[in-house]
Design a protein around this ligand. Structure first.
Ligand code: NAD
Ligand code: IPM
Ligand code: MN
Length: 361
């Protein structure tokens, strides 16, 4: 079977990590008789440089016509790059928001798994991570503050900026259903995270999630305030199975979750909606500080490819194989700089990709 993949290398380390991920896909294809064809799509800063906008209509249509999308990262050095002198809707990140919205990818799954081999890279004390942990952050991706009305004005010489946070019950219900469905296949626990002690949108969130929970009596639901959740993630990450939360909270909590797995370079993500077409990307950004130096960890992107095989193409065996290959390379002691610890062997982006490809048989 041939799968059409829209490939978005993007900016910074994006092209470096995507290259390693497609090497892995090609090897899996060879081994299992699938072919993956790639159509490169411009998005982010590179698209601004070439077309004047971060995502053209044509680029979005190419993504829509594909079976799935693989993205590296977009954006540059926010303080320094010229891209950030442009109006907000023409900056690199606007392309990312436009593709998520344009493909209606409202469910963002970010799995935080502590590989046994990476306990040394986890900043938490040994007793807190005994036995490892494995949870997912289910982040709502097309609503909330990211897509609310915003404007900046000056009134009586005082500058004022406004962002608005809106959710309706349809948006909450559909992401809650995703969370319960995923929990059903895992440890059957959903922790819904909000700020219901302050925000109306969170109070609606909590009520709607409770209503959805009635359809999933086999899944245990709890609620937690977001500030407490930020604390609990480093106090006792093992307590979580599925964390369900809105867009901005999920953005912040998933970066925090990534660090307890050892590095942001390990956190994969899948963005899904109501069809099989998904967008797969690491949770991290374009890492301008290490771009072009063969230092970036490609594992989050390679794990995202495994999620693509699982969620978009139903290729479970192949996805398991990729995850096992990563584990095996880590077991052998190979590390990129972000997960390096004493006694391990330091490798670059390309070498890490090659090592993983070589484990696939
Ligand atoms: P970042 O995630 O790019 O980098 C944060 C830190 O983590 C840096 O020190 C970086 O070197 C390190 N890091 C990130 N990925 C790594 C990897 N694979 N291997 C090793 N180290 C890694 O976040 P930032 O610096 O805040 O943002 C840089 C740019 O990326 C901004 O323009 C931001 O908007 C954009 N961004 C894009 C995405 C995306 O495309 N999905 C996500 C987050 C940030
Ligand atoms: C992410 C990123 C994006 C987000 C930015 C670049 C718009 O941080 O994918 O986590 O906030 O969603
Ligand atoms: Mn983020």
């Amino acid at each position: 079977m041939n799968y059409k993949i829209a490939l978005i290398p993007g900016d910074g380390i994006g092209p470096e990590i995507v290259r390693e991920a497609t090497k892995v896909l090609d090897k899996i294809g060879e081994l299992h008789g699938h072919s993956f064809s790639y159509t490169e799509v411009l998005m982010g800063g590179i698209s601004i440089d070439k077309t004047g906008v971060p995502l053209t209509e044509e680029a979005l249509n190419t993504a829509k016509a594909s079976d799935s999308v693989l993205l590296g990262a977009v954006g540059g050095n926010v303080g320094q790059s010229n891209w950030y002198t442009l109006p907000p809707n023409l900056r690199p990140e606007a392309g990312l928001l436009a593709i998520r919205k344009g493909l209606n990818l409202y469910a963002n799954i970010r799995p935080a798994v502590l590989f046994d081999e990476l306990k040394g890279a986890c900043p938490l004390k040994d007793e807190l991570i005994e036995g490892g942990f494995d949870f997912v952050v289910m982040r709502e991706l097309t609503g909330g503050l990211y897509f609310g009305e915003r404007h900046t004005t000056t009134e009586n010489g005082i500058r004022k900026a406004t962002d608005t946070l809106t959710y309706d019950e349809v948006e909450i219900r559909r992401i809650a259903k995703w969370a319960f469905e995923i929990a059903r296949k895992r440890n059957k626990k959903v922790c819904s995270v909000d700020k219901a002690n302050v925000l109306d949108s969170s109070r609606l969130w909590r009520n709607v999630v409770k209503e959805v929970a009635k359809e999933y009596e086999d899944v245990e639901l709890s609620d937690m305030l977001v500030d407490n959740c930020a604390m609990q993630l480093v106090k006792d990450p093992k307590q979580f199975d599925v964390i369900l939360t809105e867009n901005m909270f999920g953005d912040i909590l998933s970066d925090e979750a990534s660090m307890v797995t050892g590095s942001i370079g390990m956190l994969a993500s899948a963005s899904l909606g109501d069809t099989k077409l998904g967008l797969y990307e690491p949770s991290h950004g374009s890492a301008p500080d290490i771009a072009g130096q063969n230092k970036a960890n490609p594992i989050a992107t390679i794990l995202s490819v495994a999620m693509m095989l699982r969620y978009s193409f139903d290729l479970e065996v192949e996805a398991d194989k990729i995850e096992a290959a990563i584990k095996s390379v880590l077991q052998k002691g190979y590390r990129t700089i972000d997960i390096m610890s004493e006694g391990k062997t330091l490798v670059g982006t390309i070498e890490m990709g090659d090592l993983i490809v070589n484990e696939l048989v």
